[in-house]
Design a protein around this ligand. Sequence first.
Ligand code: GTP
Length: 595
Amino acid sequence: NQQLYIRNFSIIAHIDHGKSTFADRIMELTLTVTNRELREQILDYMEVEREHGITVKSSTVRVYYEAGNQKEYQYNLIDTPGHVDFTYEVSKALAACEGVILLVDATQGIQAQTIANYKIAKSNNLVIMPVINKIDSENANVKETRHQIQKLMDIRSADILCISAKTGEGVMDVLEHIHAIIPPPLDRIEKPLKALVFDLQYDPYKGIIAYIRLFEGSLTKESTLLFMATNTFFQPLDIGVFSPHMQSTDSLSAGEVGYVITGLKKIQQVKIGDTLTLFNDPTNEQLVGYEESKSMVYAGLYPKDDRQTDFENAIYRLSLNDSSFQYQDEKSEVLGKGFRCGFLGMLHLQIVRERLEREFGVYVITTAPNVPYLVYMKDGTELWVNNPVYYPAFNQVKFVEEPISDVTITSPQEYIGDIMKLTTNRKGIFMDLSYQGEQAIIHYEMPTSEIAYDFFDQLKSFTRGYATMDVKFKKYEMANLVKMEIFINYIKIDALTFIVHREDAYRIASQLVLKLKYTIPRKLYPMPVQVNVEGKVIAREDVPPLRKNAAVSGEKKSISKKQALLRRQNINKRNSEHSMVELPQEVFNSILDIN
Ligand code: GTP
């Protein structure tokens, strides 16, 4: 039975603990790739990933290992990303395997995402193989790391393997342990096809390519296939495996991981988490699929130029490939037609922006991000607000709830004081503090809006880069919020509207008008910038005019009269064109720059 010789697993690790290096070494030692290819870091294939140095999308590769027992094993390595924003991607990849290798950097020990990923793997009932990495480093503290892992997992010291992904030391030993420790897939070939779609790619020529994990049955190139949730059937153009590049095969069967080139072009026809089966002999039971991801940050995305169609197509295709990215139509008076988009967090937003630029050549304006609010109206209705423009007038609101996150911070003990200061400033509520060797682990509850933007950067600089954090949505809780509306030259700019805690309103408003004073492109006349809260102007500054001696006509007039005239002319033009205030990206960034 060939399934006995298949192992499906992921490597999970905190960011920078060496997952990519380890995966590369596995491919090298199993002769899957040559050294030259390795240098290009095959698993981290996307450009954006290389730049950020983190793995964003799950990808997958098949290697063959000649074991000590003379048997050849097929190892399917499913890659997972490792940053705060990407826990969703991690759990998605985990659903397609039986075991994980938990990699821990000996120079850092257990970190926030080590614990988070460990918990996900455990709750998925996966076999967990702990491995200590970077033992070659002079900063390695193998003893302490071993101790931390033993405590976290409640295991014997002998169950922990040690490697250097860099030099390759110990990696062969890990390969030998994989087939002994991680179980083969308990899938059945004789049954009708049942496969999980765990990722999607779009190819302009071949259409949608589905990455699948087969749980039951098998398929060939000739099979007519069916996506059960969308009820779409098709004849595949090709099927195959990743080793590590796409390689065509005649068939795929239970336990295996591979791809299906569907030839389908409409993104609505396929979705991640769907079950793939045979059209003529379907399985009677759909797979559970994935939980919908929860967007924690929303922002408006608008095209920078007039390539509206390219912009829209790019958004559709990106959403196909990144199921945690969500979008809906939105219109802004100043910016035109765009989308209100949902993200897992700020890093996710940044990566989406960069992918749009690099993979699709589309440049966008991003409005200031916000978290989703739940508004209870006086008339008894409830309203979800993910766009501040639709936040109702204050006299219609009974009360509002905002999202609160569970924040776990790990850090060397000496920084606890600084961390406390930072989190208190951000309305954090201390929950508990514990120690794991030298490391302090601190829990807080904090408004998600306070951590959504630059909290992580601040934490890093407060702790000289040592602290790590993990964030999970916890609950909705009542909050005292106000809507800030920005008027430029007496015109309300909808795209700049945002929500803040009432107690911060004055401070933020006065800082904001100062920032806007220097970021809004100047005109020939001075333009007042005002912040309006609940019908009152609470802050104002004037954007200085372009030059003082603007010539309006041949007549001799005082400067202020000329400017007044220019302004009047401009206001008269207002209804025919909306170009009167231009909003470059810096204007939206000013809102983010305020702490
Ligand atoms: P993300 O994908 O960003 O989560 O990072 P990663 O976990 O894939 O880490 P990566 O493989 O990129 O390694 C991070 C850094 O650690 C790189 O600079 C590696 O060269 C280094 N590194 C990885 N393994 C070892 C090792 O065994 N020893 C030493 N000394 N350095 C290592």
